[in-house]
Design a protein around this ligand. Structure first.
Ligand SMILES: [Zn+2]
Length: 202
């Protein structure tokens, strides 16, 4: 499978409606499933309180439950933090995780990176990686990685004499035509045009 195809798969996962009470989320609430912590928060309309999925408080009636993708949104909607489960406390580990992911992407952008390797290398679960990263950084890891790659490609185009396909390979994109398409989409120029406009004299 080419890198470009992988990137699309990653993004497809983001299409879910984050604030819908799905069967999966409801099940996580009923089971106090802590592996969902940080992914969503649930508020209970009748009590005005919001919790993380693992909270051991009594299971609310389903029709009273509202789902929020972030604790901040629940606060903005006038819900108070549950004293029992402290839904805001989980922020720091997620931020540190996102930082590890960013560090890894900068170190290894020239290699093949899948969601699974990224999760493994940064000691997190592949299932949560995408959503946690997006919540904290604002883009998916795949989008972030593309930016790193495009920026490095720009440097190669400005300085040096690598061919376009060599540059594509150096930034971890073995599919040159996909590289050219992506580069044009991001910068407005093909790599060749970009080089003509920006190449620095040695
Ligand atoms: Zn709670």
């Amino acid at each position: 499978m080419s890198k470009s195809e992988e990137c699309h798969c990653w993004q497809a996962d983001m299409q879910n409606d984050e604030e819908r009470l799905t069967f999966e989320k409801w099940q996580a609430i009923i089971d106090n499933d802590q592996s969902y912590n940080g992914q969503f928060f649930y508020a209970v309309k009748t009590t005005g309180i919001f919790c993380k999925p693992s909270c051991k408080s009594r299971v609310p009636k389903k029709e009273h439950v509202l789902i929020f993708s972030t604790a901040r949104k629940a606060l903005e909607a006038n819900f108070r933090q549950c004293k029992r489960c402290n839904p805001m406390e989980e922020k720091l580990p997620d931020i540190e995780w996102a930082e590890r992911i960013i560090h890894y992407l900068h170190q290894h952008f020239s290699e093949k990176i899948t969601l699974d390797t990224l999760a493994e290398e940064t000691m997190g679960s592949p299932y949560h990686l995408q959503r946690t990263f997006k919540r904290i950084i604002g883009t998916t890891p795949a989008e972030y990685l593309q930016n790193v790659r495009i920026n490095r490609a720009k440097e190669y185009l400005c300085y040096g004499t690598k061919t376009i396909s060599e540059i594509a390979l150096s930034v971890g994109m073995s599919n040159t035509s996909y590289f050219i398409t992506l580069f044009k989409k991001r910068t407005g120029n093909t790599p060749v045009e970009y080089r003509k406009l920006h190449q620095k004299e040695e």
